[in-house]
Design a protein around this ligand. Structure first.
Ligand code: GLC
Length: 507
């Protein structure tokens, strides 16, 4: 049962399902599996009325975050005062602490004397983050980052051109909820996306990074800390003036947009006056992964509750845990595990469930399944489901290949989970657009779900249309692939800051 029962339609589910979910024609399943699929469909499907209910509450939580500090959706002020002109130039370093890799980039901005596609150049190295670091300590984190930054500077020869006295500007993409008193300050509020490094929450990550840089006498000057959504917004606006929102649908999910200063009621008078001198707007990092932490409208299933309860921060990021990439594969695993435990799938012979040693499979390993598996199942549209069968057999480490019916059921479950995620993702952006009176433009989207999940764009667009009342083909608000926000976007913010300092210093 879901938290808030709101069931879809009077039509027989199997008939409506194919059309609603855009499922390729499916063989009819044995009655017990058909019944399981009906149940899951009822739990996971969000009808338009539910989307509207979610958006209604979303709008009010977004407004509360703008009006006052310490609200559920934080709506962090970022001190990014304008979108770029497209003519920012220079050479910058950026660091991006992602879920899997630390990316160090050397970015050159050429400005608008070059055509749009060649305005930026990027040299990048990715360093894999050891999984122990994610639950390690703060000194280990800063040491890791500074060591890799030093290696990059050495390997690229940048040390020959810059020195601690004449440093290269550095931007830091740090995509976790932070309060920012300035552009080069960011106090981590809480880790998200499975990170749990002791001693960082409540501290200024910019100050810690600066200290690690100075200990190693690296020739860099940290000028900005940027969220990935702000990076996506800025990087895309550099070459696409129709950009209205920067969004990330990846390991986590979140969005940023330019809010009028008059909308940010929580700013102090001093902050507002300082900001007004630099422009009428400011980028706001919504941090809407925390939407509905009170569990008032999100229709969480028992398995969503289980994911939350076993996460490092139970009770936090309620919305993200239902919609973001980190959790979709896990949800899929839990659904299959439940079916296997009850002997509905993967058991052979008369002994039923007991014939399957669950612990010998991947079904009992938390986070063993990647969202990429769901995408791969969805892409298999051949009626024999040969690819899905082989993939499930190997990825789940099953003793024998799944039957055709099991593969078909697994594929349908992958679609149910992905469709729910995409429809939820539309709710956040629709709420921003309605609150801010945004009627047209491009939502620059980055992240593995947006980029790699087949059908995400179409499902997101369809849900936006249902909420905002337009035909999908005519949609005035469109999802476009974001430019590289964490590298290029962060470098552009650094460039705008360097220009501003030079201008204001000269005044
Ligand atoms: C999480 C983070 C947020 C980030 C998002 C996408 O929600 O808290 O800062 O933007 O993931 O990476």
């Amino acid at each position: 049962m879901t938290d808030t029962a709101d069931q879809p339609t009077g039509e027989p589910l199997a008939h409506s399902r194919q059309q609603r979910l855009g499922l390729s024609p499916m063989p009819s399943l044995p009655p017990d599996l058909e019944q399981e699929l009906d149940r899951l469909d009822q739990e996971f499907w969000l009808p338009t009325s539910k989307l509207e209910q979610i958006v209604h509450r979303f709008r009010s939580e977004l407004n509360q975050g703008l009006a006052a500090h310490a609200q559920n959706i934080a709506m962090h002020q970022t001190w990014v005062h304008s979108l770029p002109s497209g003519n920012e130039r220079g050479t910058y370093l950026t660091l991006d602490l992602g879920g899997t890799n630390l990316r160090v980039s050397h970015v050159t901005l050429h400005g608008d004397n070059k055509p749009r596609q060649s305005r930026t150049e990027l040299k990048q190295t990715q360093y894999r983050i050891p999984s122990t670091l994610k639950t390690g300590t703060a000194p280990q984190l800063w040491d890791f980052i500074a060591t890799k930054l030093a290696a990059f500077i050495r390997e690229t020869g940048l040390g020959n051109y810059f020195s601690p006295a004449r440093p290269i500007p550095l931007g830091f993409t740090f995509s976790y909820p932070c309060t920012q008193a300035r552009l080069d300050h960011a106090e981590l509020q809480t880790w998200t996306k499975g990170f749990d490094i002791a001693g960082v929450e409540g501290t200024d990550v910019a100050a810690s990074l600066r200290a690690a840089i100075s200990t190693r006498r690296l020739p860099v000057d940290l000028v900005c800390v940027v969220n990935d959504t702000v990076g996506a917004l800025v990087a895309s606006a550099y070459s696409d003036p129709e950009t209205v929102v920067g969004a990330v649908f990846g390991t986590g999910c979140n969005a940023a947009y330019m809010a009028g200063l008059d909308r940010i009621g929580k700013m102090s008078r001093g902050e507002r006056e300082a900001a007004r001198k630099r422009g009428p707007k400011m980028a706001v990092n919504c941090e809407y992964g925390a939407f509905d932490n009170a569990h008032a409208v999100l229709p969480r299933t028992a398995l969503d509750r289980e994911i939350d309860a076993r996460s490092p921060r139970p009770g936090e990021q309620a919305f993200e845990k239902m919609a973001a990439g980190l959790y979709l594969g896990e949800l899929f695993r839990l659904v299959l595990l439940d079916l296997a435990r009850r002997g509905r799938v993967f058991s052979r012979g008369s002994a039923g469930a007991e014939s399957l040693d669950l612990d010998a499979t991947k079904l009992t390993t938390p986070y063993a399944l990647d969202t990429a598996l769901l995408s791969a199942l969805e892409t298999d549209t051949r009626s024999d489901l040969a690819a899905s069968t082989a993939l499930l057999h190997s990825t789940l480490a099953l003793p024998s290949p799944p039957t055709h019916a099991e593969a078909a059921l697994a594929r349908a479950i992958a679609v149910l989970i992905s469709v729910r995620g995409a429809r939820l993702c539309a709710c956040g952006v629709a709420a921003i657009c309605q609150n801010e009176g945004i009627e047209r433009g491009h939502v620059a989207a980055d992240g593995s779900v947006a980029n790699k999940q087949p059908g995400f764009r179409g499902r997101w667009g369809a849900a936006m249309g249902e909420i905002l009342g337009w035909e999908e083909e005519a949609s005035p608000i469109r999802l476009v692939a974001a430019e590289d926000g964490s590298g290029v976007g962060c470098a552009i913010v650094a460039a705008m800051e360097v220009e501003r300092r030079a201008r204001e210093g000269a005044e």
